[in-house]
Structures are given as C-alpha cells and as structure tokens.
Design a protein around this ligand. Structure first.
Ligand code: SAH
Length: 366
C-alpha cells in the first residue's frame, strides 16, 4: 500500500487529499486514480454509457466571455440559427438511432421571442416523441420565470457550467460588467435546482491562472451543491478570443488532458451516482479522448447531431472534433468504439441521474 491507496480507499476525500490527487504524479499513480474512478463507476452504474444527442441550434450570443469563440465580440464568427424543422429532424435522427434524449444548446439569448420559441420547440419535441424522450437545456443565464416556463413546457434537465468556482478567476476570464457576474451565475444555478430540473454544472480545466487548489475547490463546490450531472473538460484556446493572449501560460496538451481525465476520476470517487459527461473538448486534445474520459469514470456521451453545415460555425474552441463528419457516420462507428473499451451503450434508456432520483426520494421522506 502506498499513501495514494490509503487516500483512495479511505473515507471521504478532504481538500488536502483532492489537491494531492490532482497534483503532478508519476504515470503509475496517475493510472491508479483512473482505475479507482472506473471501479467506482462500475459498482454504482455498471459498464454502461448513456447517449444524448447534442443540437447546437444557434450561435447568436449576447455574452462576451473571454475564452469562447462565439462571444458576441468575435465579428469573424458567422452567425446562424437553425429552423424549428431542422431541430426536429435532429430529434428524429436521434430517435431512429435509439437515442431518447437531446441537449439543446445555444449562445445566450434572453429576448421574449427566443424564450417563446424554445418553449414551443420543447412542446413539439414532446409531442412527436409521445413524451418518451428527455430534453436537456444548455441556454445560459435566464430569469427564474423563464426556467419555470421551460420546465413546465417539458424540459427535464438543465446544464449551466459555473466555469470556475473561484470568483477571482471567474472575474479574470470574463469582462467586468453586469452581464458577466459570478454571483448571478451562481444564483441561476440555484434557481435551476429549485425549479426541479436534474441540475448540471461543470468547469473548464487548465485555464490560464488556474491552480490545482482552484480545481480541488471546483470539485468540492459540485459536491456541496449536490449536483446531479457534470460536464467538465479541458480549456482549449481559440485564436480570436482575448484569452488566447495567455496561451503561453497553459499546461502542455498532454498534461492538460491528463488533468482533465483525473478530475473526472476524482469526482466519480466523490460522487458515485451522478452522471458525468465525457466532454468533446477532450477529443480536441487527444484522439479517442472521450473514450479515456469514460474509462476514468464518465458515463455519458453527447454525439453531435448538429447538421454539418452549421457545426463549423459553433466553434467554441479550436480543433473541434467531428467538424465535418456526417452524423450518421459518427453514430455508426460509436457502437464499435464503445465496445472496444469494454463498455456498452445503454440504448433506449433515459439514463436519468441516479443521484437525482436518490435526492428526490430522500426529500419525499423529509
Ligand atoms: N451559452 C450557454 C451554453 C453554450 S457554451 C452557457 O453559457 O451556458 C457551453 C460551454 O462551452 C461553456 O459553458 C464553456 O464551459 C465551454 N467553452 C466555451 N469556450 C471554451 C473553450 N475555449 N474551451 C473549452 N470549453 C469552452
């Protein structure tokens, strides 16, 4: 037994333990953590991967986040918005492939036309799928009324990454104005949970100025907030963003990748029953990156269903994977890729967060 085994097989991880697990280690120790993450996933969830189809339906955005390629200040980004019918065609494609849930993601828009439109799309999706479907939203910061309206329309899950739980770091990677306040983002996340959604958050890993202590605090934040689903992945630079100016501060690609999968493993150890997505950004750094994420303890994959003509324009970061591969082709190879790592795709399964169900169950008896 080394001291790492003691930490991994001991009681609840302390902040100090987490910092130790995320700090530079040798290859053997690194693998030991990933194996533990996978073991915990196997026991809690099984060797299963749940799928959700990602639909990036618009890149119009009112925000100006310093790291993101579709920030409103990036005038080089061509803007698009898919039609309702195009969105529904993606839903059909998902259903045909036995994927019974989608994630609707877009830049942040809050005008009343957008809000009504999203409500109507959610209702149409419910109708064409006879309610046998899950809709996840990833549409940024909205008013409590809007979160309620979309929940009532039939969306069951909401993803809002906190990006970083450090208020100081948050300030460094966002413009200093009323639209980009840490406090507001946090309030929104709380509101989402209160509304009744399966609640998801996450962070970017390997940001300039970010420390291992920041990342340990991110994991503790996720635990403290009793989150149901997490999507976190490496920060990947984008040429046309202000944060690109700090690219010399970044960890080398392989170190950033290893740190990202290690974050997944440690979170899985801390929260065995939540859903953890293996982020596409992992694959921007390393081929088959998402499979490594699954082997570290992630259990959700979000194949991109956005039509190829739009995919290039939804460029949050460089080197976006599958940018010009037709969806059908990606889905065809998915089975083989997942089987190859000893996992099985849970087709026809909603794959609701077990953590969410347990949370609701406990509440019922309080
Ligand atoms: N507008 C919505 C969702 C779209 S952005 C929202 O604000 O929630 C989805 C996620 O992409 C963001 O939360 C962010 O974590 C991630 N992202 C943006 N730029 C990135 C970059 N350069 N590298 C890695 N992830 C990035």
């Amino acid at each position: 037994m080394n001291d790492l085994s003691e930490i991994l097989n001991g009681r609840e991880l302390s902040r100090q333990d987490i910092v130790r697990l995320l700090s530079p280690l040798n290859k053997r120790e690194h693998c030991q953590i990933l194996e533990k993450g996978y073991e915990v996933k196997e026991n809690a969830i099984g060797r299963k991967t749940y799928l959700r189809g990602l639909i990036e339906f618009s890149n119009f955005c009112r925000k100006d986040c310093l790291y993101c390629g579709i920030r409103c200040g990036n005038i080089k980004a061509g803007r698009y918005s898919m039609s309702d019918d195009e969105i529904l065609q993606c839903v059909e494609l998902a259903s045909r492939n036995r994927i019974n849930g989608v994630v609707l993601q877009s830049g942040e828009m809050v005008n009343s036309y957008f809000i009504k439109r999203v409500s109507s799309i959610i209702k149409r999706i419910r109708k064409v799928t006879n309610d046998e479907f899950r809709v996840t939203l990833s549409l940024g910061e909205q008013s409590p009324e809007t979160y309620r309206e979309w929940f009532d329309a039939g969306a069951q899950r909401y993803l809002l990454r906190i990006e970083t739980s450090s208020e100081e770091l948050y300030r460094r990677i966002h413009p200093d104005d009323e639209l980009h306040r840490y406090e507001l983002r946090l309030k929104c996340l709380e509101k989402i949970k209160e509304t009744g959604y399966q609640t998801g958050t996450g962070v970017m890993i390997g940001l300039p100025f970010q420390t291992v202590e920041n990342l340990a605090d991110d994991l503790l934040f996720i635990k403290r907030m009793d989150i149901d689903m997490v999507g976190m992945g490496p920060y990947v630079e984008h040429f046309d963003t202000p944060l690109y100016g700090y690219k010399d501060l970044l960890l080398p690609i392989m170190d950033r990748f290893d740190l990202s999968v290690r974050m997944i493993a440690v979170l899985r150890i801390m929260m065995p029953f939540i859903n953890i997505a293996s982020a596409a950004a992992l694959e921007a750094l390393v081929p088959m990156g998402r499979e490594f994420g699954l082997k570290a303890g992630a259990n959700v994959l979000m194949p991109n269903l956005t039509p190829v003509i739009y995919r290039k324009q939804y460029l949050l970061y460089e080197n976006k994977p599958y940018i010009d591969i037709e969806t059908e082709e990606v889905l065809e190879s998915l089975d083989r890729r997942i089987n190859m790592i000893g996992e099985e795709i849970a087709y026809d399964d909603y794959g609701d967060s077990k953590h969410f169900r347990m949370r609701k169950h406990i509440k019922q008896y309080q």
